[in-house]
Design a protein around this ligand. Structure first.
Ligand code: ADP
Length: 522
């Protein structure tokens, strides 16, 4: 056994490493306690003994060759070797240092070894994990976009290439905004700020692909921090939901279409009723007339007046309905034309009032007309403005009872001529105040309605007013009053048109009869 100097001995035994000496290539000299612990035996069982006490034949050969080499060459060498101790494979890292005697010959080898089995295992595990996550990252069915804290992209996976069309090499170091639609920049900044503050990490965004196409993605974002809580990376995971959104939109459109088609069906059911009622009345009046003509002498002929009046009124009802239908269809396909010219709108309305007065009195409505203007010339289509006013008055009669008040007022309000019609009738519920201006809409959609009508009058009124550059407003308290206010621009146009010259106030009486035919009940 190699004799050690006392200081060396102390050091040797207190080293935090496995230490042993080879006095020749296959025999131990001194061994320290750590070496004995590593081999699960006593120091005395190793010191001065052959390596065969711990190694098998194959391992002995390797160690022998290795040591022999150092004895011959006299050079320090490091090596990693695997040895089996107590049926467990260990990897040790051995630093073999040759000791040279006075003659310069190597007389023993000092070996310092470390058991690196656990460390290697950790490293392998880490490597395996890294590999595993790398393959998940690469092949995941979701797009992974990794960016630094300045939102510059530092990595992305195959699915991201697939969704956004950019190759990984093309996006590295580019800002995340590369894949964000321009109108969503501020939204993204807000999302990132929220994520930094640890708030919401989920959002849906409009993104943009390399070919410029837009897509909608569902994003989940997470921060990767180091152990000092400093943000290292932002990981954003995206799923392309454009198809889902498109399907949702299609379903919504279909629902809307279905609703509209139900409304149309309802409308045609109403219209059929509206067409049939006057026709039935016309035919029954004709039948009665026919019968009476055969059985009456000429003195009684004035009894026939009521049959003739019914035929006339119901003829007008049909005509009004057909006219309105034609016009609403024309408006729908943009072929409805106004014939505007400069007219005194006050005079126009005053003559409408005069011609309706008898009707209103007959219906026992308390009708008043007020105007703060004597005359005001504006550009309008007199025929259609009459229709608007007549329609509003006939509605006011339709939805009021005997004794109710109807007030028609004209005044100037800034650049508008405001014509308002207020009645103390049944009023209109808040939830119905917008829809009554839509085509085919009536508040009471039931088949056995108390009041006649097709639900196109107000939609036509609104279109006519808007085509004049005006607007119509409604305010109402259900059960108390309704007020329709028509605003027409107080402006004139340069030339009188031909259509304007062909206008004749004479036909107004027929038009009144036409507009009021719904409420005559004859
Ligand atoms: P209709 O031909 O059915 O009268 P309109 O388009 O003229 O069609 O009116 C639509 C609906 O608006 C009416 O069915 C009624 O419910 C409501 N309405 C219109 N004017 C009044 C009013 N002055 N008072 C109460 N309800 C009204």
């Amino acid at each position: 056994m190699q004799k050690l100097a006392p200081d060396f001995d102390f050091l040797f035994n207190n080293l935090n490493k496995i230490a042993y000496i080879f006095k020749d290539p296959t025999h131990f000299g001194s061994v320290n306690q750590k070496m004995a612990d590593f081999c699960s035996c006593k120091v005395s069982e190793l010191e001065g003994k052959s390596v065969s006490v711990i190694l098998d034949q194959k391992e002995i050969e390797t160690v022998k060759r290795f040591n022999q080499n150092i004895f011959n060459e006299g050079l320090r060498k490091k090596a990693e070797m695997e040895i089996e101790i107590n049926k467990k494979l260990h990897t040790i890292e051995v630093d073999t240092i040759p000791h040279h005697n006075n003659q310069g010959k190597v007389d023993y080898l000092l070996c310092l070894a470390e058991d690196i089995t656990a460390e290697l295992e950790k490293e392998k595990r880490f490597y395996r994990n890294k590999k595993r996550y790398r393959s998940i990252f690469k092949k995941a069915p979701l797009a992974f976009v990794v960016s630094d804290r300045e939102t510059n992209i530092i990595d992305w996976n195959d699915k991201a290439e697939d969704i956004f069309g950019w190759k990984k090499e093309e996006v590295i170091n580019k800002n995340f905004n590369l894949i964000v639609a321009e109108d969503s920049y501020s939204e993204i900044t807000e999302v990132i700020e929220n994520v930094f503050e640890g708030k919401k990490s989920y959002n849906i965004n409009k993104n943009i692909a390399k070919d410029g196409s837009e897509l909608y993605c569902e994003w989940n974002t997470a921060l990767i921090r180091d152990k000092n809580d400093k943000i290292l990376e932002i990981i954003s995971i995206a799923q392309d939901i454009s198809e889902k959104i498109e399907t949702k939109r299609r379903i919504e459109n279909q629902k809307e279409e279905l609703k509209y088609s139900e409304l149309r069906t309802q409308f045609f059911a109403n219209i059929s009723h509206e067409l049939k009622t006057p026709l039935n009345l016309i035919f029954s009046s004709l039948q009665l007339l026919d019968y009476k003509l055969k059985n009456t002498n000429f003195e009684q002929i004035n009894h026939f007046d009521k049959y003739l009046a019914s035929i006339r009124n119901n003829g007008f009802r049909l005509l009004r309905l057909v006219n309105n239908l034609i016009d609403i269809t024309k408006i729908d396909v943009n072929t409805f034309q106004l014939h505007r010219a400069n007219f005194d709108v006050i005079e126009l309305i005053r003559s409408v009032v005069t011609s309706t007065r008898d009707y209103l009195e007959a219906k026992n409505r308390n009708f008043r007309f007020e105007s703060s203007l004597d005359s005001e010339v504006i550009a309008c289509d007199p025929f259609n403005i009459e229709r608007v006013i007549l329609n509003l008055i006939s509605n006011a009669v339709k939805f009021t009872a005997e004794g109710d008040e109807i007030l028609l007022r004209i005044e100037k309000e800034k650049e508008w001529i405001k014509i308002s019609l207020r009645d103390t009738g049944i009023g209109i519920k808040k939830e119905n105040q917008d829809i009554i201006f839509e085509q085919f809409r009536q508040v009471d959609q039931s088949f056995n309605k108390k009041r006649e009508g097709s639900g196109i009058g107000l939609s036509l009124v609104k279109s006519i007013v808007e085509m004049h550059g005006g607007k119509i407003e409604l305010d109402s308290i259900y059960g108390v009053y309704s007020r329709f206010s028509v605003y027409l621009p107080a402006e004139t146009i340069d030339e009188r048109t031909l259509a304007a010259e062909s206008y004749s106030a004479d036909s107004l009486l027929n038009k009144v009869e036409l507009e009021f035919s719904d409420i005559n009940y004859i």
